[in-house]
Design a protein around this ligand. Structure first.
Ligand code: 13P
Length: 253
């Protein structure tokens, strides 16, 4: 049984104090960490406050990006070592917004994924197709290529800990969710690719989230599908009530 994982991606929203207050308000209401992994991914400068507010509660803190080097002349960047130092546990890698606006490539995604493991951070690796690719039936081949490139060079133990987020670009922030069947078909394909490329054990261990307009009204149906183990949520993670409902759905899945 794979443990469900619900992650909020706040993107570039909230001021640091608002983020910390959000966590302090919800932390007593979160379900038991045995039933669901809850993650909040905030902007870099909020992270020290968020890890402090989350301490001893069943919610882990994630970053939304990082550099792959430990240190060096990379003005404006944040390293995996810096994240670990302030008790961050997760990092989103290769979100489509970073691929689209900040030149993130399959190669940098792979470097960052490997760097995450070097510092004991759990990577949430994002993949997903454009509307154009979906309409020309390229979804499976495109997503397969992204997954293989991201995971290249990882060992079996690392592979089992990876979280993959399947986020079709056309469903992000648009209110258009993939149907649960559409989402599950791609997640099942990703699992098959993991099995063919690595092993059955890896394919059974890796948790695959769906992301793209997930909200309390559609999460249960998504989590009921065979190959969807959680959600990566943007808009609906910004409000306490809806985030708590999403996490509760994860705990009951
Ligand atoms: P929305 O939930 O706002 O569609 O965003 C999805 C997303 O990009 C999460 O990483």
């Amino acid at each position: 049984m794979r443990k469900p994982i619900i992650a909020g991606n706040w993107k570039m929203n909230k001021l640091a104090g608002e983020g910390a207050r959000f966590l302090m308000d919800i932390r007593e209401k979160l379900p038991d960490g045995e039933r669901v992994d809850t993650v909040v991914c905030g902007p870099f400068i909020h992270l020290p406050l968020l890890t402090e507010a989350a301490r001893d509660f069943p919610v882990a803190i994630g970053a939304q990006n990082m550099h792959y080097e430990d240190s060096g002349a990379y003005t404006g960047e944040v390293s995996p070592e810096m994240l670990k130092d302030i008790l961050v546990d997760y990092v989103i890698i290769g979100h489509s917004e970073r691929r689209e606006y900040f030149n993130e490539t399959d190669e940098s995604v792979n470097q960052k994924t490997k760097a995450a493991f070097n510092h004991d951070l759990t990577p949430i690796v994002c993949v997903g197709e454009t509307l154009e690719q979906r309409e020309s039936n390229e979804t499976f081949t495109f997503v397969e290529k992204q997954v293989k490139a991201a995971l290249e060079g990882l060992n079996e133990e690392q592979l089992k800990q990876v979280v993959i987020a399947y986020e079709p670009i056309w469903a992000i922030g648009t209110g258009k969710t993939a149907t649960s069947e559409e989402a599950n078909d791609v997640c099942a394909h990703i699992r098959q690719v993991l099995k063919d490329t690595y092993s059955e054990e890896v394919s059974e261990a890796v948790r695959i989230q769906y992301g793209g307009s997930v909200k309390p009204a559609n999460i249960e149906e998504l989590l009921n599908m065979s190959d969807i183990d959680g959600a990566l949520v943007g808009g609906a993670s910004l409000e306490q009530d809806s985030f708590l409902k999403l996490v509760e759905a994860g705990a009951n899945a």
